[in-house]
Design a protein around this ligand. Structure first.
Ligand code: FAD
Ligand code: NAP
Length: 308
């Protein structure tokens, strides 16, 4: 029986591992299906993690984290977790190969994944002008023009954020009405730096070895507009990686909201005793490395306190 199973080895999972092992827990296993580090390792530039003196790649930022945790006894198992379920007072962790482990406590840190729009050039220029994170990358486009794609709350809120930094924001949406909350739509419509490009979609993102040089926008009547911008922010929805919480009957192990985000309190406790969620997977996650790390620490400190 493990003292603690951590599912996911991004900033939340690694920090949970650090705090749990330094807090004296002996058998702590972090299950990570790939290399530890999480989604930030896809980023070519990060400059808002406290304490870094210059822009680093996500890979550079995360490289020392696993070693630091392992020093205190965290065990890393490279395995995909299929399901976490209740087993007595503890939990059963089912792995992809059919193997099972039992743990007294579980912290789920499986993160989230931005949806792709499926546009030509989107994958090619991802991280070189194509972004899913305005808080992370907006500053790189200070006083420049950018495109935002999407008509939901995220797209409109991020467009407003970018309008504070960029010289102009083209908000491209495939319809002429929005999913976003009416007051957010009002704010966007009243912002002089945001131009609405409605009934339109992005046809292609083009560029060269240095990155994005522009995007082609096509309206519903087939008219094409060439916007020569260095950046495009795509917000067409997020997938919360909550599959591990889905039970055999299709229900979730703990309470989730309408978007599948795990409902937690300020201690990262879920609705199930002994089960915690940390990082991008939880409700109202700011979706930042520093916040995910903080969540991981909070959850692990709870487990440590309960274990002594
Ligand atoms: P993740 O980092 O998503 O980690 C989850 C981990 O769980 C992954 O490693 C995944 O492989 C693993 N996992 C998932 N399911 C399973 C399973 N079933 N079994 C085993 N393992 C599993 N934030 C900033 O603060 N600043 C930035 O500049 C910044 N830039 C970004 C740029 C990009 C391109 C992206 C994609 C994100 C950026 N972010 C940035 C956001 C930041 O990366 C996330 O908020 C943060 O990584 C969330 O951490 P997490 O630990 O909750 O989840
Ligand atoms: P969302 O509500 O699903 O909106 C996605 C948007 O992207 C939609 O406008 C959709 O267009 C568009 N879209 C989807 N696929 C596309 C494609 N391939 N090409 C072009 N456009 C595409 O996603 P979200 O904005 O990330 O929000 C997710 C959930 O979180 C929502 O329920 C949202 O309300 C919630 N949220 C809430 C807040 C808040 O309350 N402050 C903040 C952020 C998010 P259509 O509209 O035409 O389908």
């Amino acid at each position: 029986m493990l003292d603690l199973a951590i599912i996911g080895g991004g900033p939340a999972g690694l920090t949970a591992g650090l705090y749990a092992t330094r807090g004296g827990l002996k058998d702590v296993v972090m299950y990570e299906k790939g290399m530890p580090g999480g989604q930030i390792t896809q980023s070519s530039e990060i400059e808002n993690y406290p304490g870094i003196k210059e822009v680093v790649t996500g890979m550079e930022l995360m490289e020392p984290w696993p070693e630091q945790c392992m020093r205190f006894g965290l065990k890393h198992e490279m395995a995909e977790v299929i399901r976490v379920s209740r087993a007595g007072d503890g939990f059963k962790v089912l792995l992809a190969g059919g193997e099972e482990a039992e743990a007294k406590y579980v912290i789920v840190c499986t993160g989230s994944t931005p949806k792709r729009a499926g546009i030509k050039g989107e994958d090619e220029f991802y991280g070189r002008g194509v972004s899913n994170c305005a808080t992370c990358d907006g500053f790189f486009y200070k006083d420049k023009e950018v495109v935002v794609l999407g008509g939901g709350d995220t797209a409109l809120e991020e467009a407003l954020y970018l309008a504070n930094i960029c010289s102009k924001v083209y908000l491209v949406h495939r319809r002429d009405t929005f999913r976003a909350a009416p007051n957010t739509v009002e704010k966007v419509k009243n912002n002089p730096k945001i131009e609405l490009v409605l009934n339109s979609n992005v046809k292609e993102i083009y560029g060269d070895a240095s990155g994005v040089k522009g995007v082609l926008i096509e309206d519903n009547e087939g008219h094409v507009r060439d916007l020569k911008v260095p950046g495009i922010f795509i917000f067409v929805g997020m997938n919360v990686n909550n599959d591990v919480l889905k039970q055999e009957d299709g229900s979730f192990l703990c309470d989730v909201n309408e978007w599948g985000e795990v409902i937690v309190d300020l201690s990262m406790r879920t609705s199930v005793e002994g089960l915690f969620a940390a990082g991008d997977i939880r409700i109202e996650a700011p979706k930042q490395v520093v916040c995910a790390a903080g969540d991981g620490a909070t959850a692990a400190l709870q487990v440590v306190a309960k274990s002594h």
